[in-house]
Design a protein around this ligand. Sequence first.
Ligand code: PLP
Length: 468
Amino acid sequence: MSAGAHLTRGVEGEALHKNPPTQPWSRQRMTSAQPKLNHAHKEMMMSITTAERAYAATLDADDPLAELRNAFHIADPDLIYLDGNSLGRLPRATQALVNAITTQQWGERLIRGWNEHWFYLPEQIGAKIAALIGADADEVIVADSTSINLFKLALAALKAQPGRTRIVSDDLNFPSDLYVLQGAVELLNAAHQLLIIPSADGIHGPIGAIEQALDQQTALLSLSHVVFKSGYRYDMAALTAAAHAVGALTLWDLSHSVGAVPIDLHAANVDLAVGCCYKFLNGGPGAPAFLYVRRDLQAQLRNPLTGWMGRHDLFGFALNYTAAEGIRRFLTGTPPIVALALIEPGVDLMLQAGMDRLYAKAVAQSRYLIDLWQRHLAPLGYTLNSPPNAAQRGSHISLGHPDGLAIDLALIADLAVLPDFRQPDNIRLGIAPIYTRYQDILTAVERLIEAIRGEHYLRYRDRLPTVT
Ligand SMILES: *Cc1c(COP(=O)(O)O)cnc(C)c1O
């Protein structure tokens, strides 16, 4: 490594130290200035053999979905992107759509755009997402954010069951979901109780303890289908049946599972669900989210955020609220049309690929990664913080390491890999089968080796503040 290169990277490290990153996206932003791997780096990576490289190339050549990668904008071919579970890549069709929506629909058509393109977009895109999650077209609508949709559906479910006061969730759930449920309890004058069931190992869902906690007092079971740290996947049908056996409703968060694993809400008889469009669906940063309400429940449930978009005959401009028929009652205000419309190309690509084929590739790729972990990374101190069994996983693999955060920072700043990091020690490697190549996975492993062997992480460890 040249002195110049060292200096550049030292300066970056310094900047890191002064502004310890606390948000995954603030860290990712720093990568724009990252140096390319130089020749010296490449020679240091001795442990991946030519045969392994050739094998990865064969897997890519045999991949029936390989072409779909070309549907995405890939700005830097050397950058290994393994964070599609947090922010999916940009589809090329979305780039073209930005111009159509702004210049043509908005710029030229002006207010006529509402009738020509926009008014029914929440249910039109909802219908496409419905096809990905085993729901009917009129049971899914796109609106607001995942957190807000969770709030609307949780409160609706609690208000609909006045005799029941318990919400059951787990400590693997995404914190925002727990905050929303806590907020709902507070709004209902703390007459309710949120039970957060702990996972024994921080990886697997506490199924037995959840089943035991469900009782006649339980109004709602609310869980992430795939949990955000370990990638553990619940058996949605089994737990929904357990909740129904005591008369409780279920509210599943599909944020980390939609577009990653097959979902059949009807087969599982799920009552309510929400999910995110900017992760595996590639809808763009801050894309609106979706919500699902099983058809027979729609008339019984009341959206607590009553706004004009959810009113029956909204252009009657009557002074009193009456809920719209069907799924539209779960809308509140005017949708952010530009962000909403940009969800569609990503969803179209998922439908084109087919969830079964995507899932088959995700399983093959995660097995490949686990196999590489076992041979190359476990000896360096990396642990598998995800379930080894594919049937219990979504589509990301968490690797633990005592120096996990320092390694994560080194990967991002020095080694052209973008994973993300979740406390206490999870380096999350997201596999988005629609654009991830087997060779990307092999290269990421090579760089995870290099982060340790090349002692890149040491600089970041030394520069970390003692309290993060
Ligand atoms: C990503 C994610 C969210 C995101 O919620 P926002 O309202 O979009 O911030 C919510 N829940 C889960 C389980 C997630 O993984």
